[in-house]
Design a protein around this ligand. Structure first.
Ligand code: IMP
Ligand code: MG
Length: 181
């Protein structure tokens, strides 16, 4: 069944994703080979990327997860508020933490996570994102590891959702007629 309303227009194929995740995994393994890596997935969007990425990093590591909620408020200059609604259970003091995100858009979520996690005194703190939508950035911030830069289009699949659906698409697709906040 190929219903374009259900499946959108493919933008990044499974094969391209598989190759990029493998390269990223090896790069991260090289950078962290003498460190104590804690990989933290940001739910829900990063779950598919996280599952593939952690298995592409051939060194021992720890995993944990957190969940953030962003309450958009256009009247505020910072676009709204962000909070951690489900936190990691590990003590990260002295650990080398790598946060794994699905996509960096305005950059508010990444900035919030950077400031919040930094106060817990990890030994190091870096960010990896599958997708980077640089055109929509509102605050200057970049991830340390980026899978793919994507144009200013709403994308779904491989963990990313539109109204909590499409996360199970095995590739990244664009959806037409979706207006972003
Ligand atoms: P930011 O705080 O604006 O950078 O937003 C990041 C979050 O917004 C991501 O972690 C996603 O959950 C969501 N998001 C941004 N752009 C898209 C998109 O194109 N598709 C699906 N989710 C998106
Ligand atoms: Mg997210």
């Amino acid at each position: 069944m190929t219903d374009s309303r259900l499946f959108g227009k493919p933008m990044i194929t499974q094969e391209a994703m598989r190759r990029r995740v493998k390269t990223l995994g090896l790069q991260i393994a090289r950078d962290y080979q003498d460190k104590d890596l804690l990989l933290v997935g940001v739910l829900k969007g990063a779950f598919a990327f996280f599952a593939d990425l952690c298995r592409a990093i051939p060194i021992p590591l720890h995993v944990d997860f957190l969940k953030v909620a962003r309450h958009i408020d256009k009247r505020r200059s910072d676009g709204g508020t962000i909070e951690i609604v489900s936190d990691i259970t590990s003590d990260i003091k002295g650990q080398d933490v790598l946060i794994v995100e699905d996509i960096v858009d305005s950059g508010y979520t990444l900035t919030f996570l950077k400031e919040t996690i930094q106060t817990r005194k990890p030994k190091s703190l870096k960010f990896c994102t599958l997708l980077d939508k640089t055109e929509r950035r509102k605050v200057e911030i970049t991830a340390d590891y980026v899978g793919f830069e994507v144009p200013n289009k709403f994308v779904v699949g491989y963990g990313l959702d539109y109204q909590n659906k499409y996360r199970n698409l095995p590739y990244i697709a664009t959806l037409d007629n979706v207006t972003e906040e």
